[in-house]
Design a protein around this ligand. Sequence first.
Ligand code: NDP
Ligand code: 7N6
Length: 308
Amino acid sequence: TELDQLYVHESVENVIPQDAFVDAFDEVSIPAELVGDGREYDASDAIATYAPRPEFLDAGWVHCIRAGYDEFDTDAYDAAGVALTNSSGIHGSTVGELALTFMLSLARLGHRYRDHQNERSWWEPPYDRPFTIENERVCVVGLGTIGEAIATRCDALGMDIVGVRRSDEPVPGVSELFDPDRLRDAIENARFVVLTVPHTPETEGLLSDEEFAAMRDDAFVINVARGPVVDEESLIAAIKNDRIAGAGLDVFETEPLPDDSPLWGLDEVIISPHKGSATNRYHLDIADLVAENVRRYQSGDILKNRVA
Ligand code: NDP
Ligand code: 7N6
C-alpha cells in the first residue's frame, strides 16, 4: 500500500512546537496533519510521534522522533508487520556538545563559578581542584552517532579516548575498544566515563556499586543516554562518599527529577532537564528524516533507521 497521509501526533509537543513541526513537512510529498489520541488508522497512514499509542499498530509506518525508542514495544510492531523507525543519526552535535559542556565545566569549574556568582561571591577554588581535559582519558560507553561525535570532539581537545561497544567496528580517535564484558577494565583509568548506549535489558544498571568502586576517585560520570543505565542510588552514594568526584547528568531514573532528589544539592553534579537534543532546528532535522523515508516507502526501498 502507498502512503497517502502523514499524521503528526500531539505528543511531539514535548520537544517541538506543533505548528513549526507540521509546517516543516511542506517538503514531504504527502499532506501532514496534527492528531490527538483515539483516531483510527490504516495501512496508508504514516505517523510521526514522540510517544507510543496502541492504535498506531494499525498504521502502515510509525516514526519515533527520538533516538531512544525504549518506550515502544518492538515485538508488537514486528507481530503486526508495522514498520517502526527511530531518529538516530541527528543527535551527534546537540548531545555531543552537551557532553563536552559538562566535561569542560567539571574541569574548568563553570558550574562552581556560576553558583558563587549567584551569591555575588568572588570564590577561588582550591589549588588542586581545576584541571584541563587535555591529556585526560575519557571512556565513551556506546559508540553510535552520539558516542562517535563525542569521541571526535574529545580528540580535537587532545584527550586520550577509549570506548566500549559490542561490535569491533573502529571509531576515529578511539585508541582502544573494549567489549561490554570488559567494562571495568575500560573505565578504571578514565577521568570521564560517558554513557551513550541505548537503554536495553543489557545496559540497565550498567554503572552501579562495583563500577564506581573500580573507577578513579577523581572521575566524573556523564550520562546523556537514559537514566536507568546508571543505578542512581549507587551514584549518589559514590559521590557523597568521595568514591568518585561528580557527574554531569541529562537523564534520570524519574523525570522530571523529583524535588527531594539528593542530586540537586551536590556541588559537583550538573543537572540538565533532558534537553541534550534541544536545538531550534529539531523540527527540520526530523522532517528531513521523515521526508527521506516517505520517498523510500513509496518506492518500496528499505527504510532508514528501521528498528522493527
Ligand atoms: P546509536 O544507535 O547510533 O548508538 C548506540 C551505540 O551503542 C551503538 O553504536 C552500539 O554499538 C552501542 N551499544 C548498544 N548496546 C551496547 C551495549 N550493551 N554495550 C555497549 N555498547 C552498546 O544511538 P545514538 O547514538 O543516536 O543514541 C544513543 C542513545 O542515547 C539513545 O538510545 C537514547 O537513549 C539516548 N539519547 C539521549 C538524548 C538526550 O536528549 N539526552 C538524545 C538522543 C539519544 P554496538 O552495536 O557496536 O554495540
Ligand atoms: C527529543 C528526545 C532521544 O532519545 O531522548 C532523546 O532522542 C531526545 C525528541
